[in-house]
Design a protein around this ligand. Structure first.
Ligand SMILES: NC(=O)c1ccc[n+]([C@@H]2O[C@H](COP(=O)([O-])OP(=O)(O)OC[C@H]3O[C@@H](n4cnc5c(N)ncnc54)[C@H](OP(=O)(O)O)[C@@H]3O)[C@@H](O)[C@H]2O)c1
Length: 322
């Protein structure tokens, strides 16, 4: 994409989710014409499942016919944290395979110029030397990836982003089905409100790299405009920026202002111990990039959650209502 005025139409599937709504926030708040801001003439569409159920080919086609996108950032997916993934493995595989096939093939049929799909560092093999980098994806069992096929067979400019663990405003804060940070923020918030203990699942020892959704949004916009290769790019903070789940819980306790009893339930699963990923490729391409410090980003996320508790995605509330 050039930096000049354009008639590009960028369709963001999953535009109402954690990552999609962060891209919307960045596009709407950065100065027009700046590196991450909207460009004159550009149209951005942030689609939800109400625009089309992407599991359905006809609905997917109708949405593409309606918006006529020239570019797609594909984030629409059935998403969940460790426990939900373990519980509904097959549903995840089937639904996301359907969604990805529908979106990529409809994009191809509509001659979309560029697609960025979203992988996750979960696609890497389990037994691998760290840090992960982009060449290690295929060193273990094969995974569902279509970008190579579309490029090889049809010459499509379809690529993928591989974010590490994302958090920020508009996340899914469900107590059981969410990722670790939003789940713990909600738990800690309730513990403070109800004067009950704050209990963190697992040992607190696993290490993760977390990226703030507003930082990730900028990286997606960069990848859309300035990266023209088919190979995926890991979008992450540096591999030396791992934090333990205990560090996360400590930071949440501080940000929430929780002063009660706080412990770890070591009978619950920990998941993979660590999976540090290298952002060397990203940094070599983008040049300077200022990541928001973890504690600042966490504090902003907690502030957002507290201010938006009534409307946030919290699943069942403590009293059993939804
Ligand atoms: N969160 C993370 O830590 C993380 C890390 C790495 C990669 N990723 C990847 O990033 C992408 C976006 O994740 P997210 O965290 O932003 O997810 P999210 O907050 O759960 O949002 C999911 C989005 O997908 C839409 N969607 C779900 N099922 C759909 C369907 N059948 N048809 C159409 N739209 C559907 C939802 O629309 P509604 O609002 O209408 O339900 C929502 O906009 C996913 O591919 C995920 O695997 C996430």
């Amino acid at each position: 994409m050039s930096s000049q005025s354009t008639n590009d139409v960028i369709l963001v599937t999953g535009g109402t989710g954690l990552v999609g709504s962060a891209i919307q926030h960045i596009i709407e708040t950065e100065p027009v014409g700046s590196r991450f801001g909207k460009r004159p003439g550009e149209t951005w569409i942030f689609a939800s499942s109400k625009d089309a159920d992407l599991r359905d080919r006809e609905q997917t086609k109708k949405m593409f016919e309606k918006y006529k996108p020239t570019h797609v950032i594909h984030l629409g997916a059935l998403v969940g944290g460790l426990f939900k993934n373990m519980k509904y493995k097959l549903t995840f595989l089937r639904e996301n395979t359907l969604i990805n096939d529908n979106v990529l093939h409809t994009a191809y049929e509509n001659q979309v110029k560029k697609v960025i799909s979203c992988l996750s560092t979960c696609v890497f093999p389990d037994k691998v030397t760290y840090p992960l980098d982009e060449t290690k994806i295929h060193l273990g069992l094969p995974h569902e990836s279509n970008f190579g096929a579309y490029k090889e067979e049809f010459g499509c400019n379809f690529t993928s982003a591989i974010p590490t663990n994302v958090f920020g405003p508009n996340d899914n804060f469900d107590l059981e089905d969410s990722h670790v940070i939003p789940g713990l923020i909600h738990k800690c918030y309730l513990a403070k409100k109800n004067g009950t203990p704050f209990i963190v699942s697992g040992t607190g020892k696993p290490l993760r790299q977390f990226i703030y959704s507003y930082d990730l949004a900028k990286l997606f916009i960069w990848q859309l405009r300035e990266y023209d290769d088919v190979e995926p790019v890991i979008l992450s903070v540096g591999e030396n920026e791992e934090v333990s789940i205990k560090d996360v819980a400590d930071a949440i306790v501080k940000a929430v202002g929780f002063e009660g009893q706080y412990s770890f339930d070591t009978t619950r699963a920990d998941g993979q111990f660590r999976k540090p990923a290298s952002n060397a490729k990203l940094l070599s391409l983008i040049g300077e990039f200022d990541f928001t410090p973890f504690e600042t980003a966490l504090r902003k996320t907690v502030q957002w959650f507290v201010a938006n508790y009534e409307n946030a995605r919290t699943g069942k509330k403590a009293d059993g209502s939804t």
